[in-house]
Design a protein around this ligand. Structure first.
Ligand SMILES: [Zn+2]
Length: 512
């Protein structure tokens, strides 16, 4: 293959396209597109960072491809790119905009016989968060000619635009800490842990969005920010975001506090940060900041159970209105208000207001609501369990059933009741532990009869049963619950000759 001679070396701060444009100027005094065409490399392939295009360009010049590939931003599909092992979305690059430092370009050209062969488009200028020249400490300039081949970033044909910028006043500023972080990432330098735990574009975007809220307040929209405002946003976000998740959380909580606390809305408190993370067009994963914001909203703002919040269903809201809890739990609002009073979450005067818009800490009321929801009146238990009233009293005594009125203040609201979840558990225990039979075997009797025959207390017999010591237990067809259960009095007697551990320490036997 014919190689181009003499070799114009690649500079380690430039892009492959920049090198190609300089070679075009050097070898042909012409533009980059015909130059690339002549050596069989489509401009688009080089602009997309295709490795084969870069390697071919290196072969044509007998140049080591390693440093050139190291500066290649490669399209990897889905509008995503890769550079030195870092992955980012298209928005992390400047796209068709050609960003420059006029001072750097002046230095390139000074003393050069052919200035066009010396003007380098720096790799870092291709990255959106790089907005300040680290050499000259001035704001970079954005050029756009609006032509199809803007993607070539060919400085050699932009000299008129560059001259306009050279005559415009400079704006001195230091590199922002966020820009410094992004540039250090390119050199594989470690940064703050929370930021390093996500993709570089997620880290930068989270910092800028949070910083925009801090710098400009919640009313501005992202589309209203200028390049300089984004730079300022990055500076404002850095001190918070670089400290990681706890500091971000604390900042977001403070935003809620100044926006009305429980009466705040996420939109009013978090502005464009919230808009960004809720956006229906949010095609890119925003990274861990979304979960931090979500948790803060759940903890501080009333929500409905089942509400869609930042892409996920709210399963366990912390703060809820009385109305939304009543709906979620299927409870009468009046009953619920009373329960909330018992839980100490509503003041008596608030209960009297009868408002369903009052907001309470759902998590604090959750257990009590559960109890009320599952309360079963004692009067219904006989039917449900096939048990006599004395038997039910024993089930409560041995802790198989729990009275709701143990929550004393609830008594007047739900009457004498037990937690119905215990009822289900007992029925399930009987059904799964003991086989059904057609007829009770010889000598087998119902519980009360077995007490009589064995002289043991029913309480002890039930304990032996629930603890699994009593093995010969059956359920007779056609009966329900305890009414179906038959046991062997002889087995009970035998067990109580040397009582197994775990029984209540009172007398095992009936008094004569
Ligand atoms: Zn510069």
């Amino acid at each position: 293959m014919n190689t181009l001679f003499p070799l114009l070396p690649f500079a380690d701060d430039e892009t492959p396209l920049s090198w190609a444009a300089r070679q075009a100027a050097f070898h042909t005094r012409d533009r980059v597109t015909p130059f690339l065409n002549d050596i069989g490399i489509p401009l688009m392939e080089l602009a997309r960072g295709e490795e084969s295009a870069v390697v071919r360009l290196c072969e044509k010049t007998a140049h080591d491809p390693a440093p050139v590939l190291r500066n290649t931003i490669s399209a990897i599909g889905g509008r995503r790119y890769q550079l030195r092992g870092l992955e980012f979305a298209a928005e992390f690059t400047t796209g068709p905009i050609t960003r420059i430092c006029t001072f750097c370009l002046d230095e390139d050209r000074t003393g050069e016989r052919y200035p066009d062969t010396a003007m380098r488009h720096r790799l870092i200028w291709r990255l959106a968060p790089v907005r300040t020249c680290p050499v000259h400490s001035v704001a970079l300039r954005d050029l756009r000619s609006g032509k199809w081949d803007d993607i070539a970033h060919e400085l050699q044909v932009m000299t008129a635009l560059i001259d306009v910028e050279r005559r415009a006043p400079d704006r001195a500023r230091d590199v922002s800490p966020l820009q410094a972080y992004a540039m250090e990432c390119l050199n594989a330098q470690p940064g703050p842990v929370w930021l390093d735990g996500q993709n570089i574009d997620q880290a930068v975007r989270a910092t800028e969005m949070l910083g925009a809220l801090e710098a400009f307040g919640p009313k501005l929209k992202a589309s209203e920010l200028t390049v300089d405002m984004w730079d300022a946003a990055g500076r404002a976000g850095w001190p918070i975001v670089s400290q990681g998740a706890p500091a971000i959380r604390e900042y977001l909580l403070a935003r809620i506090a100044v926006s009305g606390g429980k009466r705040a809305t996420p939109r009013a408190a978090f502005g464009m940060l919230h808009a960004w993370l809720t956006g229906s067009r949010l095609s890119k994963d925003p990274g861990p900041i979304r979960d931090i914001l979500r948790d803060v909203i759940i903890e501080t703002i009333p929500l409905r159970k089942g509400h869609m919040l930042l892409g996920k269903l709210v399963k366990h809201p912390h703060l809820c209105s009385v109305a939304s809890i009543a709906k979620a739990e299927g409870l009468d609002a009046r009953t619920l208000r009373n329960v909330l009073k018992v839980a100490g979450l509503l003041k008596p005067e608030e209960v009297e207001q009868g408002s369903n818009r009052l907001v309470v800490d759902y998590t604090a009321a959750h257990d009590l609501i559960d109890v009320v929801k599952h309360a079963v009146p004692v009067a219904r238990l006989s039917d449900m369990l096939g048990a006599s009233r004395p038997l039910i009293a024993i089930l409560i005594e041995i802790g198989q059933l729990h009275r709701v009125q143990d929550h004393r203040a609830l008594e007047s609201k739900v009457g004498k009741a037990v937690d119905g979840r215990g009822v289900e558990a007992i029925l399930r225990f009987l059904e799964t532990s003991f086989p059904t039979i057609h007829e009770a075997p010889e000598g087998f009797v119902h519980l009360s009869k077995s007490a009589e025959k064995s002289r043991a207390r029913v309480k002890v017999i039930l304990e032996l049963m629930f603890l699994g010591h009593l093995k010969q237990v059956y359920r007779v067809d056609g009966e329900h619950g305890f009414a179906a259960v038959v046991v062997d009095p002889d087995e009970i007697k035998g067990l109580l000759e040397s009582p197994p551990p775990g029984l209540a320490q009172d007398s095992y036997f009936l008094m004569d």
